[in-house]
Design a protein around this ligand. Structure first.
Ligand SMILES: [Zn+2]
Length: 91
């Protein structure tokens, strides 16, 4: 882990987000990414998001399925309907 994590300011999607997303993208493109919410594999051909912690929006949790692709409900901002109830992969 790099030392910068945890010290970011809550400015929304700035340079840090771009950097983190680029990092995650490399893993997704390599076919090695798993959704931090449900633990499922992320298909590089499918849309995905860089997920934030639900309780601390300044923390990145990693790549996640977008909305309804995710059995765990995905990002609440993009899923709308489903409620997150599966919590199998709390690290
Ligand atoms: Zn998922």
């Amino acid at each position: 882990m790099m030392a910068s994590i945890g010290s970011t300011t809550a400015r929304g999607y700035g340079a840090d987000h771009q950097k983190e997303r680029a990092k995650a993208k490399r893993i997704v493109d390599a076919g090695q990414a798993h959704c931090w919410r449900c633990g499922g594999w992320i298909n590089p051909a499918m849309p995905w998001d860089l997920g934030h912690d639900d309780h601390d929006r300044t923390q990145y949790r990693g790549p996640e399925h977008r909305g309804r692709e995710c059995p765990a409900g995905g990002n609440r901002a993009t899923s709308g309907r489903r409620v997150t109830k599966l919590r199998r992969w709390n690290l």
